[in-house]
Design a protein around this ligand. Structure first.
Ligand SMILES: Nc1ncnc2c1ncn2[C@@H]1O[C@H](COP(=O)(O)OP(=O)(O)O)[C@@H](O)[C@H]1O
Ligand SMILES: [Mg+2]
Length: 313
């Protein structure tokens, strides 16, 4: 449904995409991950016709999206990273405007607006000015605008940033529903648990290329090491082979239960301060960190720090 081949893009001297290949099948949700600045928004914007590629190909539902962006627009939905609602228009007018842009009119347009409003719990708000909505309601409207033309290929660029729990769950539910009807979805997010919840396949974009691609379970099995985590009151003691961060000592090991049995008898003076023993299963977080590297932490931006905060929380 979506084929991207050899896509390259530079901003001046800065090469952001260096030959990106990516495919998505009908009904597939692709979790597009990558550190802040990796080029996710650039990639999505090019395929959606908002920016120009330097080289490469992209087709959506068989349409050459780079040569015929206006034709691609009819089958494609995009919720850009930046909130794109018109504050002085009502919710209904915002949705209607986007429906018109993709060529819908009359009864069909009104039907689509009503459906998407229902799906994202906006029906009661249709006459309200978008500018007066709460943050979560704005987020839902923003996503609804990408869905109103019932696209066959959908791009959602960080759709849940700043959303409350209820809004986030509603958006995730709608994404699952659309995938179930055969829509191919590219979903970028910094919340790795969302990718897990969506049952998405994963594509990791780094340094201008897709460095890992596949079913989540495969990536986790290949790159996400299990670990033993000991939490102490006060600072964790120095333990051989463990990584120490404040009160937490972590050992990456294929057999954390065995390691726990070995180590617990040898904590000596620290035994009294031990507060919890956790066997950490391989997760997408662990795989993601292994792939994109703790090495990038030094220049980590607020967003990648957010990922790590989530990990530690
Ligand atoms: N319009 C632009 N002009 C110049 N540089 C840009 C522009 N848009 C993005 N960039 C740069 O390109 C890189 C990738 O940005 P972006 O696609 O937004 O990444 P992501 O969405 O993965 O965070 C960043 O280094 C960013 O600063
Ligand atoms: Mg982005």
């Amino acid at each position: 449904m979506l084929h991207i081949r050899g896509l390259t893009k530079a901003y001046g001297e800065h090469e952001v995409l260096r030959g990106v290949n990516l495919e998505a099948k009908a009904g597939e949700i692709v979790g597009l991950l990558g550190p802040n600045g990796a080029g996710k928004t650039t990639l999505v914007s090019i395929v959606a016709g908002l920016r120009r590629a330097d080289a490469g190909h992209a087709t959506v539902a068989g349409i050459d999206a780079l040569a015929h962006p206006e034709r691609a627009r009819a089958v494609l939905g995009l919720a850009p990273q930046e909130l794109g609602i018109y504050p002085v228009l009502s919710v209904e007018q915002n949705l209607g405007f986007f429906a018109e842009l993709s060529g819908l009119t009359g009864k069909k347009l009104r039907g689509r607006v009503a459906n998407v409003a229902e799906a994202l719990d906006l029906t009661e708000l249709l006459r309200q000015k978008a500018g007066t909505l709460s943050g979560g309601q704005k987020r839902r409207l923003h996503t609804a605008m990408a869905l109103v033309n019932e696209p066959t290929v959908l791009f959602l660029d960080e759709p849940t940033v700043g959303a409350d729990v209820r809004t986030r769950n509603q958006i995730l539910e709608v994404v699952r529903q659309r995938a179930a009807t055969g829509c191919a979805i590219v979903y970028t997010s910094h919340y790795l648990t969302e990718i897990e919840d969506l049952g998405a396949t994963v594509a990791v974009l780094e340094a201008g290329r897709i460095i890992a691609r596949g079913p989540l379970a495969d990536l986790v099995a290949e790159h996400g090491s299990p670990a033993l985590r000991l939490t102490f009151e006060g600072s964790a003691p120095a333990l051989d082979g463990f990584e120490i961060a404040g009160s937490v000592a972590t050992l990456l090991t294929p057999d954390p239960a065995h390691a726990a049995a070995m180590i617990l008898g040898h904590l000596n003076g620290s035994t009294e301060r031990l507060r919890s023993v956790d066997i950490v299963r391989p997760s997408l977080e662990a795989a993601y960190l292994a792939l994109t590297g703790r090495r990038s932490n030094e220049d980590a931006t607020a967003k990648t720090e957010e990922v790590i905060d989530e990990l530690v929380a």
